[in-house]
Ligand binder design. Structure first.
Ligand code: FE2
Length: 164
């Protein structure tokens, strides 16, 4: 399960960086702009929601049943709220990416909003990932028995198959 989470973090960082580059891609060709916008939009509308779902509905409920400190409880709740803030930032970016995917010649008029939105996304993600690395992962490692981790991983992978 931890490997799945770590792989997810890497993918999140990769696509967030790609989104940020798309906000500063004045030299790119229309085909490059359209292709990158399509990949970024696909990731953030299909894969990321699965990751959030796995954390919110599979991982967190299990952690809440274990004995954790009030402070940790606050951190976990904070992470869940951050998911919502990220989703809100994405709700502004996704339409821009889809427009760029279909009409890359409109890059000039979209660039500023893309740059601003992706910068905000990057900040939200960095705070979030850092919090997870600092609190969530060590907790998962120490709090959940190996069988629970395996069960979780199977559940998450099964969910992914269903959603794909
Ligand atoms: Fe998360």
């Amino acid at each position: 399960m931890l490997q799945l989470l770590l792989a997810s973090q890497q993918r999140i960082r990769h696509f967030t960086a790609l989104a940020l580059r798309l906000g500063h891609a004045q030299g790119a060709t229309p085909a490059e702009l359209s292709g990158t916008a399509a990949r970024v939009a696909r990731y953030f509308t299909q894969r990321l929601p699965q990751h959030f779902e796995a954390e919110d509905f599979a991982l967190l409920p299990r952690l809440f049943t274990t004995t954790i400190s009030t402070e940790m409880m606050r951190h976990l709740w904070g992470m869940k709220l951050q998911h919502e803030a990220i989703e809100q930032a994405l709700s502004k970016l996704v339409p821009l990416w889809l427009t760029l995917r279909d009409s890359p010649e409109r890059y000039g008029e979209l660039a500023e909003s893309l740059a601003r939105g992706s910068q905000q996304l990057m900040l939200l993600m960095e705070v979030h990932l850092h919090l997870e690395e600092q609190y969530l992962f060590p907790l998962v490692r120490t709090c959940l028995p190996p069988e629970a981790l395996e069960e979780l991983a199977t559940e998450v992978l099964r969910g992914r198959d269903l959603l794909n």
